[in-house]
Each structure stands twice: as structure tokens, then as C-alpha cells.
Design a protein around this ligand. Structure first.
Ligand code: BTN
Length: 249
């Protein structure tokens, strides 16, 4: 995959723009980057605060020949790639399954993967990434859950440099994923970085909720959770949310 980057001063959502450009003929490897988003989208219908100039908002257009049930693994591949880059920058980053990166148990990066079908075949997958780099002040309701690299380290990172590193790492991990078709090569390292590994978590599914101990992911990216009766549930990402018993992590 070769990248080609399209930059905007302002766009509604880089994920939406990647899909629009795909409809106009854009190929795999398109990267849509914007300084600001006016309608940044988060998982589960949430919005993603996207003020100008402080952070990184980008989306990659992919057209892999994979089955639909493999698509959510790309979110994990991206989370893993960003985590590796932040670790190389000596940041004590951890992963909150499936796709949040956390520093000091607060979210510093979110990933939204959207899949578009043409009949039974995948037409496009858009992987969107938001990294809080230099935000100094979050809205009241996010303050106990969100943070930025600057707030945690006092270091101002350059957006372009971080983008280049993440794109390079994702390229390597994506190619390996296409060869294996699963997460076998990243699973152990991913699990080492899992913020609530071996801790009690609350699983919130659309129609049920339960508690258990998070054990780690398996080769297809499901979170294994041991319930109090010893039964191990496989949690598939979809609409699920995982929380600490009393707070975000
Ligand atoms: C989440 O954690 O809820 C996912 C957040 C994903 C945000 C990024 S910012 C770039 C891309 N464009 C969007 O509209 N969303 C993603």
C-alpha cells in the first residue's frame, strides 16, 4: 500500500471525506488529514471534539480483500501501531480494549473504523484516528476521562512528525495482518499493554451487562472475560463498552 495524503484546513469529518473521495475513485492508501473537524465522529454515535491546531485528526482508506468478520481487527492493528509509536517516544501508553489509548488511565487517542459493503463484499474500510497532542483544556464533562500528550508530559509534539511515524508503523502492521489474516503476531504485545488486564471490568452490551476479569484478547481480537462462575466469555467489539467497575478504566 502506498499513501497519498490530502490535507484540509477544516472538514466535517475525515472519515466521511475519505468515503466521499472513495466514491469519486480514490484508491487504497488515501489519507485524509484535517486541522479541524466540525462534525468529528466517535464510536457509538458520539462526537469527537476536534478543535483547530492542537491535535491530529486523520483517516486512512483501505480496500482489503478480507471477510467482514476480520474488519474489526484493523481497529486493533491501528491501536497497536499508535501505541508502538507512542512507546518509542517513551510515553507510558496503555490500551483500553479495543481501541482507546490511555495515558495515566485517561484517553489520549480514539479510533473509529467504518466499513462499507457492496453486496456481500467489502467495498471500503475507513480507519479514523484522533490523537490528543497539545490540548491544554478539555470541556468539563471530559476532564476526568481525557488527556493529551502535552498535559501528561509537558512535551509539545509536532503533528506531522507523529503522523509520519504512525503511518509508517501502520503500513508494516497492515501488510503483516494481510498475510496472517489475524492478530497472532500482535496479540502478546497488545495484551501486555492492556490497561485492565487481570482486573475487574464491567461489560456493557446493548441488552445486558456483567462483570468479570479481563484476561486479554485472542487471535481474532475478542476480549476474553472470566466471569465469577469461571466461564470465559468472548466479547466482540461491535457496540460493546468496557469500563472499570467505578470509572472509565
Ligand atoms: C472514539 O474513541 O470514539 C473514536 C474517535 C475517532 C475520532 C477520529 S478523528 C479522525 C476521524 N474522523 C472522525 O470523524 N473520527 C475519527
Amino acid at each position: 500500500m502506498e499513501y497519498y495524503i490530502v490535507c484540509y484546513e477544516e472538514i466535517d469529518s475525515t472519515n466521511l471525506e475519505a468515503k466521499r473521495l472513495s466514491s469519486e475513485g480514490a484508491k487504497e492508501g488515501l489519507v485524509v488529514l484535517s486541522k479541524k473537524q466540525t462534525a468529528g465522529r466517535g464510536r457509538r454515535g458520539r462526537t469527537w471534539e476536534s478543535p483547530a491546531g492542537e491535535n491530529l485528526y486523520f483517516s486512512i482508506l483501505l480496500k482489503p480483500s478480507i471477510r467482514t468478520e476480520q474488519a474489526s481487527m484493523l481497529t486493533i492493528i491501528m491501536a497497536y501501531s499508535v501505541a508502538r509509536v507512542l512507546m518509542e517516544e517513551r510515553l507510558p501508553v496503555q490500551i483500553k480494549w479495543p481501541n482507546d489509548l490511555v495515558l495515566s488511565k485517561k484517553k489520549v487517542c480514539g479510533i473509529l473504523t467504518e466499513m462499507y459493503m457492496d453486496g456481500c463484499q467489502i467495498e471500503d474500510i475507513v480507519v479514523g484516528v484522533g490523537i490528543n497532542i497539545n490540548t491544554t483544556c478539555f470541556p468539563e464533562e471530559l476532564r476526568d476521562k481525557a488527556t493529551s500528550i502535552y498535559l501528561e508530559t509537558g512535551k509539545c509534539m509536532r503533528q506531522e512528525e507523529l503522523l509520519q511515524k504512525v503511518l509508517a508503523e501502520f503500513q508494516v502492521q497492515y501488510e503483516m495482518f494481510l498475510q496472517t489474516g489475524d492478530l497472532s503476531l500482535v496479540k502478546d504485545f497488545y495484551n501486555q499493554m492492556l490497561v485492565n488486564r487481570n482486573q475487574e471490568v464491567m461489560i456493557l452490551e446493548p441488552n445486558s451487562e456483567y462483570e468479570g476479569i479481563a484476561l486479554g484478547i485472542n487471535d481474532v481480537g475478542e476480549l476474553l472475560v472470566e466471569k465469577s462462575d469461571g466461564k470465559i466469555e468472548k466479547v466482540f467489539s461491535g457496540e460493546v463498552s468496557v469500563r472499570g467497575l467505578y470509572r472509565y478504566v
